[in-house]
Unconditional design. Sequence first.
Length: 297
Amino acid sequence: MLEESERHIKHGGKAPSVAIRVNPDVAAGGHPHIATGSHTHKFGLDWPEARRLYLAHKDSRYLHWKGISAHIGSQIVSLAPFRRAFRRIAGYVKELRRAGIDLKYLDLGGGLGVRYTNEKTSSRVAYAQMVAGLVRPLRLHLLLEPGRSIIAAAGILLTKVIYTKRNRGKTFVVVDAAMNDLLRPALYGAIHPITRVVRKSGGEKQSAERVDIVGPVCETGDCLLHDWPLGKVKPGDVLAIWVAGAYGMTQTSNYNARTRPSEVLINGKRTKLIRRRETQDDLLQTDVLVPARQHRY
């Protein structure tokens, strides 16, 4: 970092404003893959090392200390881990002030969890009150990343039933969405509720038959939901996969040469296509055609 800054300044640039991401060693997160706050994780620096760097370059010409940053994980449903981590970060800020380093910014990251099925989540109001109580005495500019808690419930993935398969009492509902369209179930074991899309309520009651809802990718891991009481469905029925707004489209891929789905924005009774469906031609755009070699026989 210091070498890059020195090179930048020698070429006429200004000394950059810098913050260190500190690892407060607080275990949290809805899945091991999205927990980032423990000393066993690759993210951030332990406080003793971060403090050494802050103090060693306190009066540096090549960088200006402006902030401190932390992020302990994602899909955290309790405020307790946040409170432990933020108290530690507040202590670090005070320690730096006593050493003559006055920061301007405090970046506490994100990670506030949302309800997918039966999670008991903390409200944004309670989270804000907790953060305010800890941060207000520091009088720093606060940065937060509340993305999932805002956008998760706003996204729904629609898929059609292709066919139903029964095997020794096990029922599989095969749909045209797959793990490339929604990776969270395969990657994190995440549960996204799935329901039939119907035009009106009432009518014939559906049985609570439990099924595995799977995609057409050639992997056993391509299962969107295990043992789910979907009820009877038939080919062509539309299903809604709920709470897909966070880490839905951002994790899509062209795995198995599948094209990404379109995105439609719904505003009241109005709809607008904001991302068109990919085509097979799109997948070939980056291929390079190499002429076959001519051989003499």
